[in-house]
Design a protein around this ligand. Sequence first.
Ligand SMILES: C[S@@+](CC[C@H](N)C(=O)[O-])C[C@H]1O[C@@H](n2cnc3c(N)ncnc32)[C@H](O)[C@@H]1O
Length: 300
Amino acid sequence: MNHKISNLWANLSESLFSQIDDKFIDNFRQPGGVNSRLAAWDPFDPTMRYYKLILFNAAMRWTDDAYLLYRKLGNTNVGNPVTVRSKGLDINLDYLFTINEYMFLKSNMNIQSINSIIEIGAGFGRTCHALLKLLPNLTSYTIIDLPELLNLSAGVLARVVPDHMQKVSFINATVETDWQNISADLVINIDSFQEMLPETIKQYFDNVINRSSNFYINNPIGKYLPESVGITNPNKIDIMDVFQLGYCRNVIDIFDEDQLNRARDNFVQSYIPGSEWQAIVQSPMEIVPYYHNVLYTRKS
Ligand SMILES: C[S@@+](CC[C@H](N)C(=O)[O-])C[C@H]1O[C@@H](n2cnc3c(N)ncnc32)[C@H](O)[C@@H]1O
């Protein structure tokens, strides 16, 4: 009988697998090689496949509680993000992180007793959005950020929490006199101290965090080489800058568990606001384990 093969495999076998020799076998599973047609996908896949899989898997691992919280946020899709659909919700990665961060705080402090929050570096305002929706006792939320980004967070928040805007203050980080000696029940810094100069971070500790009661941080715990994640042509100026930023500037392999554990200890010590403070809880960020959540509070 004449065995029929698909056009797909007729082409693949001819174009990719017709010259099998030792040299071929030495390297055929390297990124960019032919193995993407056989077993694992190519690590350099230029599609959304991996991103959506990570997001989808993370969403499907969520407890019912997390879904309930996500539902309470209302519109999480301003800006048109990529979403996956689970339990009737369109879930995006930014707000999936937000719910995970909220649940970290909720399980480790009496979060409903928090009246005032200061967030340093709020991006488009996802954390402010969520906390205004989830904490009915919150009376004031202050964002300190660069003026360009304040325009963005103000625009997004006006759409997603229009009824809460009177609680939100926007402070221009570049006008330092506007944030001298301010305080709150909780200060938040997510994914931004590691992008600031050490002297800037110190100013925030001296003028804001050390005057407040609790400090929550979720940031990368070290630096990694661009090549280790397949960035082959990094912009040299950006990279030089990145290695000068944050308090944790050691280069680590972010896919080596032992190195991550050591870097986590260093991170927790580096960001402790002072001797009268203690880290009451810490845990790696679930999906991105080279980020670390720590909640510091004043020793009683
Ligand atoms: C990577 S984004 C993270 C945004 C947000 N926390 C999030 O996780 O979605 C870093 C943020 O830090 C802000 N930022 C950078 N330098 C700053 C500074 N010197 N003072 C305050 N915010 C700053 C940026 O404008 C941006 O909003």
